[in-house]
Design a protein around this ligand. Structure first.
Ligand SMILES: [Zn+2]
Ligand SMILES: [Zn+2]
Length: 581
């Protein structure tokens, strides 16, 4: 037998706790809602989406494996100026464009095994009604004020210019900026009337100021509440610290209506639409309500005083989720998020993620259409680095992780164990699990629980890989290729330890790589749905199985040619972007 030495060397670091890590454990009977920032139905899924959605899914699966009652919802964010503008450019209706990308994200979620309990859309009537209801309650509670304001207006197009329909220069840094954000300069959020030399994006006319009526949420009324809310907020420190900085600078009234045709009509003022950032996250509740309606359960058990709400988001929308959204919830008498888990930034081949500069990988075009193992991609995202650090996607790095870790450690342990057993015994006989193997599994479960509870997904996934490395070590030490001749009974007993360990690995790796878990499960001849197992099942001794399928490789090595081809695709994309700019 060829001895394969894992090249992975960081295992000994895994169990060392990083300083300042905070453990947030749920109570046994807590009802939990996990939500993820809604994908904007204006373009296809890319590396940036993976950064939030894969950990969000793995987290939820781990909670479920640990026996918690969790509902996991997401859906498409379908309104707002960018969609109206893209639709106009494409010559289709905004609804058509939003539907196209809603279907895209529904499909991508399935392909990536992001197993939400409901994937809704903010264009659903139930969401329109719910979003309007929140605004009505806020108005009833005195948190919204209608005011006459002077806003940019295009005399040629005869329309008010919301957000992206307006361009001008940033008053802070002077760069070309959008009506809502200094997107090319200092990244500040802007009010449209702050822009210097504002112009209509559609026709280029100079914008003039005209009077119009708008609705404002009185954010300063929430100042003290928001400070307190963010100070006790769980999740990643990234979210909390960023939001506290903003709040301490002082909050201003926030305009929650827009002069847009495409959107949710503002309640009782239908000339205006609700600003997309005043309604999209209400989808978290709308989708939960819809799920609860279908399941005939009470949504308030989850989103209520006894529920725990965890929002997974990208770092770019912390402000919305830690300031606007909790203020709206508080003002409308809803319960508040328990935690916000904001992910770190994304790089592609060492460069800051940028669609316009070509430093992007597309989920469908690059990964799916080129037959990339999507479970391996999930593994890369989870195990590359800690959740709040920068994730750099590089094709070479992906190849190394797949070939050295997935093929070299996990795939190797699974295949050699299954194959040796299949060839020599053809079945799994009943056996006794050794104390040391059982202890190793129990310790791994506790370490994974702690890692997941402190949002350290890399540590959790590395810990499973450490179990596989342990498996390789015991397989090697037992030398079954010798004992099969000298002492078949011992050989069978040793192999039983490896098979039992492999079953535990299948269960513990399921949240990270659900398809891989299914493959191992099947090859071990296990019946039942692995996605419904509990971590406790991983210590239950493997039952005898008389009929085993012929083992197959769990992972395949990625050849250099593949990586060269994928790198070339990316290089060409960057070059095209350069030529266009
Ligand atoms: Zn600026
Ligand atoms: Zn115009």
């Amino acid at each position: 037998m060829v001895r394969i030495v894992p090249k992975y060397t960081s295992f000994d670091k895994i169990l060392r706790k990083s300083p300042g890590g905070i453990l947030f454990e749920f109570a046994k009977d807590d009802k939990i809602v996990v939500t993820m920032g809604l994908p904007y139905a204006n373009g296809p899924a890319h590396t940036g989406h993976l950064r939030t959605y894969i950990p969000g899914d793995a987290y939820t699966r781990y909670l479920k494996r640990f026996g918690y009652d969790v509902v996991f919802v997401c859906g498409s964010d379908t309104h707002g100026a960018p969609i109206e503008m893209s639709a106009r450019q494409a010559g289709v209706s905004p609804r058509k464009l939003a539907e196209k990308y809603h279907e895209h994200y529904s499909r991508i979620f399935k392909e990536l095994r992001i197993d939400v309990d409901l994937f809704g859309s903010t264009e659903e009537p139930y969401h329109h009604e719910h979003a309007q209801e929140i605004i009505r309650i806020l108005e009833g509670n005195g948190y919204i004020e209608a005011r006459t304001v002077k806003l940019p207006y295009c005399p040629t197009c005869e329309t008010f210019l919301a957000d992206r329909f307006l361009r001008g220069n940033c008053p802070f840094c002077g760069e070309l900026a959008r009506g809502d954000e200094c997107d090319q300069g200092c990244q500040r959020y802007l009010d449209a009337d702050q822009l210097k030399d504002p112009r209509c994006v559609t026709c280029g006319s100079a914008a003039e100021k005209r009077e119009t009526r708008h609705h404002f949420l009185k954010l300063p009324m929430f100042n003290d509440f928001l400070l307190e809310f963010n100070e006790q907020l769980r999740g990643t420190t990234l979210a909390r610290n960023y939001a506290l900085g903003w709040i301490r600078q002082g909050l201003k009234d926030w305009c929650i209506s827009r002069n847009l045709h495409w959107g949710i009509p503002y309640p009782d003022d239908e000339e205006l639409s609700l600003y997309v950032w005043a309604e999209n996250y209400a989808g978290y509740i709308s989708f939960l309500q819809e799920w609860a309606r279908q399941k005939e359960v009470d949504w308030k058990e989850y989103w209520g005083p006894d529920g725990k709400i965890v929002n997974f988001i990208g770092a770019d929308i912390v402000y919305h989720h830690a300031v606007f959204w909790p203020a709206m919830l508080k003002g409308a008498n809803y319960d508040l998020p328990w935690g916000i888990v904001a992910s770190g930034m994304v790089k592609v081949e060492g460069h800051i993620f940028s669609k316009s500069r070509g430093f992007v990988t597309w989920v469908e075009e690059d990964y799916i259409q080129n037959g990339i193992d999507l479970d391996a991609l999930r593994y890369y995202v989870l195990s590359y680095t800690g959740h709040i650090k920068d994730l750099d996607f590089t094709w070479k790095g992906f190849q190394i992780k797949v070939n050295n870790e997935l093929v070299g450690i996990l795939g190797n342990f699974a295949y050699r164990t299954l194959l040796f057993n299949y060839k020599n015994f053809g079945e799994i006989q009943s056996g006794l699990v050794s104390e040391s193997v059982q202890k190793e599994i129990t310790q791994a479960i506790e370490d994974i629980r702690e890692a997941v509870s402190s949002f350290k997904f890399k540590e959790a996934v590395d810990r499973v890989m450490q179990l596989a490395a342990f498996g390789n070590t015991i397989f090697q030490q037992c030398e079954p290729w010798k004992s099969i001749k000298e002492d078949p009974e011992r050989c069978q007993s040793d192999l039983y330890q490896c098979l039992h360990l492999l079953k535990a690995i299948a269960i513990l790796v399921e949240p990270a790589m659900p398809t891989v878990a299914e493959k191992i499960w099947k090859q071990l001849g296990q019946s039942g749905d692995i996605h419904k197992t509990s971590v406790k099942d991983s210590t239950v001794p493997l039952a005898p199985i008389t009929k085993l399928p012929k083992p197959k490789l769990i992972f395949n090595k990625i050849p250099d040619e593949k990586i060269e081809k994928m790198t070339q695709i990316l290089n060409e994309r960057v070059q095209r972007a350069l030529n266009q700019s």
